[in-house]
Design a protein around this ligand. Structure first.
Ligand code: ADP
Length: 378
């Protein structure tokens, strides 16, 4: 997406706050010559009122004002929602570092020193007006994108939801047909009915997975410390039958660092990864699964390694997109949505997921999430 912002200085309004006539004349003339609209205030209180009323695009503010100190004016501008976002440039003859720091901490974006050089003032004003326009344009586009995204997700959700009712009818009536009229149908007819039922069940699973995908991260996402051990114990219990049937060794390295996130989403991520690690196992080896969670600066790195079938490098990005699968359904059943849910859930918590894998040897999935403030070990 290219973002073009024109340097249209003519429509910009600048509020100049200064009580020294000589200064005022120099800057007003110079900026008016550039096509800016100029509004002047020679008192602090007046400056606050004008800023509120005129809503200028930029404020040039003298530090030494007779009634209110310039830093205080700036602080008050920044405390008001309607003037908070207007960039403020200080005009100061106080060249000490302390004053610059005070100015910036009061919310100023830049400063120019007195005696003023009109070329410098013009250059800084132009730069900050352009920056502000770019920022406003970006904010507007982000808002539009967010709204479009939300609309699309709500649409996907309601379509998926509504599709389930006719599907249930197809499934139900085929079942009735098989039960009541099965005896009078030729074997070919029974086979066709079986296929209709199989296809409608598969479609139901797909819709359910799509619904889960659409719902993931919808609404409020919590950001709380999530101790991983109890969550993993719960998953071990849920996957107990499959772990037992496959003879898998599931090793959890302790201590486990604590991420900051939404417990439901983290459980969904780990559940999907564990499900895949068991599904995509090698037929000739006992599944070896290793889970760890370590603190890496401000993040927690959760890794699940398996010794399964692995995958070629060219697929390692694609598998996180919806419907991307590397196998036929009869070989390894699935819908190709599980990892898209994992990626979306990680993103919703400000994290990400990646994979490293070699065909025939295994895969390691890495989930990076923000760390809980004082990373506890659970
Ligand atoms: P599904 O398992 O329903 O196909 P996923 O989105 O969970 O959907 O996975 C997408 C694809 O990524 C899978 O079809 C599979 O080819 C590959 N994959 C996922 N996890 C693993 C794994 N642990 N080992 C090897 N391949 C995997």
């Amino acid at each position: 997406m290219s973002l073009q912002v024109s340097a249209d200085t003519h429509s910009a309004t600048i509020l100049i706050v200064d009580d020294t006539p000589i200064n005022l004349r120099v800057i007003v003339e110079s900026l008016e010559g550039q096509g800016y609209r100029i509004v002047v205030a020679t008192r602090g209180e007046e400056a606050l009122k004008r800023a509120d009323y005129v809503q200028p695009d930029l404020i040039l503010l003298d530090v030494m004002m007779p009634d209110l100190n310039g830093f205080e004016i700036c602080r008050r501008l920044k405390a008001q929602p309607c003037t908070r976002d207007i960039p403020v440039i200080f005009m100061t003859s106080l060249a000490s570092v302390d004053d610059k720091v005070t100015g910036f901490s009061a919310g100023a974006i830049d400063y120019v020193t007195k005696p003023l050089h009109v070329e410098e003032v013009r250059a800084r004003v132009n730069t900050h007006l352009n920056l502000r326009r770019t920022q406003q344009e970006l904010e507007r586009r982000t808002e539009q994108l967010t709204a479009a995204n939300e609309e699309l997700e709500a649409f996907a959700y309601s379509v998926s939801h509504d599709l389930r009712a006719p599907l249930r009818a197809i499934n139900g009536f085929t079942q009735i047909l098989t039960e009541r009229c099965g005896a009078s149908l030729p074997p070919e007819g029974i086979e066709c009915l079986d296929k209709v039922q199989w296809a409608s069940k598969r479609m139901d699973v797909l819709i359910q997975d799509l619904l889960t995908y659409a719902r993931t991260g919808m609404g409020s996402v919590r950001a709380v410390p999530v101790p991983l051990l109890p969550l993993i114990q719960q998953l071990e219990c849920m996957f107990g039958e499959r772990l037992g049937r496959t003879g898998a060794h599931f090793q959890v390295s302790q201590p486990l660092a604590t991420p900051l996130g939404d417990p439901t989403l983290i459980e969904q991520i780990l559940g999907n990864l564990l499900d895949n690690a068991l599904k995509y196992r090698r037929r000739d080896a006992v599944p070896e699964l290793a889970l760890s969670a370590s603190a890496l600066g401000e993040q927690v790195l959760i890794q699940l390694a398996d010794n399964g079938i692995g995958m070629p490098l060219e697929y390692q990005q694609k598998i996180f997109q919806v419907f991307q699968r590397l196998h036929h359904d009869h070989e390894y059943p699935g819908t190709g949505i599980g990892l898209a849910i994992v990626a979306k859930a990680a993103r919703a918590m400000g994290g990400e997921v990646t994979v490293e894998s070699s065909p025939g040897q295994g895969s390691t999935f890495s989930v990076r999430l923000p760390a809980a403030p004082a990373t506890e070990h659970g």
